[in-house]
Design a protein around this ligand. Structure first.
Ligand code: 4FV
Length: 241
């Protein structure tokens, strides 16, 4: 997968995407990630990318010209580029949306700044608009990093055994089951016997039950999600076997 990021703060990306899983995915050629400074598509000596809002009001707005030039330059001859604006006005990002994006060959992430984008950027450039949550950040760099991390994990081969991506939280519409490792007893807390039993069918049943219980208690909203319905249907089908 190829991911281009357009930002006013390229220096923020040094670090989080240079270590661990994303680093390995880049080294293995699974991910071709490039960070671009939007100011590289300005032509005045102040490298102007923003201006005051028409109609007055506080703050500054991202101008259309630099963004149109940058996106047209970075997608020239590349029909498959999927342009995603990052802003609080977008669809709230989720594992399901990450799975959608992971199927694409080329993502162009446009980080918001100031009070937001000139509306013509949204109308003329965006294929999609995503938010990482209902809160206001200083700029769109962190949302872009979150998106790159989540999507890269879903690239075949990125996590080593792709199996682990399957039963992660949210993949099946519910929270993960409780995990334990050695020692089997810690300060009087014992690991549930079933996990020490070696009975894999018992262990899967216990884990499924625990995941449901925990989701019902902590995130009942997830149980209403389409993914949860699919999961319930699959389980029913398995039980009917
Ligand atoms: C945001 C979010 C976000 C809004 C003003 C940057 C800031 C400034 N982006 N999910 N939540 N963006 O808060 O994606 O432009």
């Amino acid at each position: 997968m190829k991911i281009d990021v357009l930002t006013l703060f390229p220096e923020m990306f040094a670090g989080p995407l240079d270590v661990s899983m994303v680093r390995r995915a880049r080294d293995r050629g699974l991910l071709d990630l490039k960070i671009h400074n939007l100011r590289d598509w300005t032509h005045d000596r102040h490298k102007t990318v923003d201006d005051r809002p028409f109609g007055g009001g506080p703050g500054m707005v991202l101008k259309p010209e630099p963004l149109f030039e940058a996106v047209e330059h970075l997608t020239a001859g590349l029909a498959d580029a999927h342009v995603v604006l990052l802003s609080p006005a977008g669809r709230v990002f989720s594992q399901a949306i990450a799975r959608e994006l992971a199927l694409r060959d080329h993502l162009l992430l446009v980080c918001g700044s100031y009070v937001g984008f000139d509306e013509r950027i949204r109308e003329g450039l965006a294929d999609d608009e995503l938010s990482i949550g209902d809160y206001v950040l200083t700029n769109g760099a962190l949302p872009a990093m979150v998106l790159v991390d989540v999507v890269t994990r879903l690239l075949p081969g990125a996590l080593g055994d792709d199996a682990s991506a399957q039963d992660e939280s949210f993949s099946a519409g519910c929270l993960e089951y409780p995990q334990y490792t050695r020692p089997a007893e810690f300060r009087g807390w014992k690991v549930p016997e079933v996990l020490l039993s070696g009975h894999h069918a018992e262990i899967s049943r216990w884990r499924a039950e625990q995941a449901q219980q925990r989701t019902r208690r902590l995130r009942p909203d997830l149980l209403a999600s389409p993914a949860a319905e699919t999961r319930a249907r699959t389980e029913q089908a398995q039980d009917d076997l």
